[in-house]
Design a protein around this ligand. Sequence first.
Ligand code: XUL
Ligand code: CO
Length: 437
Amino acid sequence: MSIFKNIGTIPYEGPASTNPLAFKYYDADRVIMGKKMSEHLPFAMAWWHNLGAAGTDMFGRDTADKSFGCEKGTMEHAKAKVDAGFEFMQKLGIKYFCFHDVDLVPEADDIKETNRRLDEISDYILEKMQGTDIKCLWGTANMFSNPRFMNGAGSTNSVDVYAFAAAQIKKALDITVKLGGRGYVFWGGREGYETLLNTDVKFEQENIAKLMHMAVDYGRSIGFTGDFYIEPKPKEPMKHQYDFDAATAIGFLRQYGLDKDFKMNIEANHATLAGHTFQHDLRISAINGMLGSIDANQGDTLLGWDTDEFPFDVYETTRCMYEVLKNGGLTGGFNFDAKNRRPSYTYEDMFYAFILGMDAFALGLIKAAEIIEDGRIDTFIKDKYSSWEGELGQKIRNDQTTLAELSAYAEKLGAPELPGSGRQEYLEAVFNNILFK
Ligand code: XUL
Ligand code: CO
């Protein structure tokens, strides 16, 4: 039975098309820099936003109908969400989905019953996956919504709550592996603090690391070969969250010996909340060998919270894809951790949102490849550092000199020349030239 009855498979029709239910740029089989678009862009649907979120905000209730013909909070509804999700992904050509445990089933009062429901729904998802090429991109445990997590999960003051978090992670890993997941995410929604007056930061961070180590040990023991991810976010819901940004999370992973098993899942809107650009957190992850996956959305520069909008800004998607291409791709994918605006409440809007996001990234990919193939920007960067190619530069790079030797060199020189123009305006003009040619 079809849920999105009036909507067919979304075709690629090219930039001249005005059909709102067609891709203008995302052409799955088009080859860019030796790889198909669909391989460059493993898109994923976020179960929670697309099949769950129906428009409730701080000031008003749902505007969209996501009952899919069933009573919410029942297993029948959980299955209807699976049906809706698979129909949706197939119509858009999306090959991956991401989930929290409690997105899949309504949470019961007792974890044994919740786990039974998770077994039932994952069997149903497995059945649905057969005959399709749809797989899980990553799974995670929701350790932030239930009131028991008000003081954190790995960082909680309650050892019982900590054990409960461990149980949820164990089950979420089981389901992720069962569904062929490429990754497992830790987003530390409540891992942080409201005030230092009541918080032992060192104790909490050590306990988070211990929980992550146990997750790695368990995951590897059941055959999970994928990456674990930290998804950094600086604030919201907590005033301060420990995984503030990529640099902070990478430092944490190294400090506690988790850096071999973990990478970053970088979300655009989280990076901007941290006061960085999206590209900054991608670059910091990439240069540390830890750019794993992306939560593809965008924020609003005028608002100080996580708006989770569908990506629209092609400058941003181009900068993102430039980083991804330079990184040689991702081991993860592009999860649309994004939701329709509250007044966009129809089924058509769900499709328009994904078409917007997929086209914005496809265009970003096309333009990033053109920037790299054009070469002007990369050549500029190479030339900018060319003084290091000489003997002195090589000596410094190879740790073969001393402060005294450099001082003697500088004295002989008297004064260095200016280092050369940064040419920012020229490079920005090149960027625009490529974007709009
Ligand atoms: C919250 C957020 C989460 C994670 C998964 O801001 O991004 O949905 O992606 O827990
Ligand atoms: Co996210």
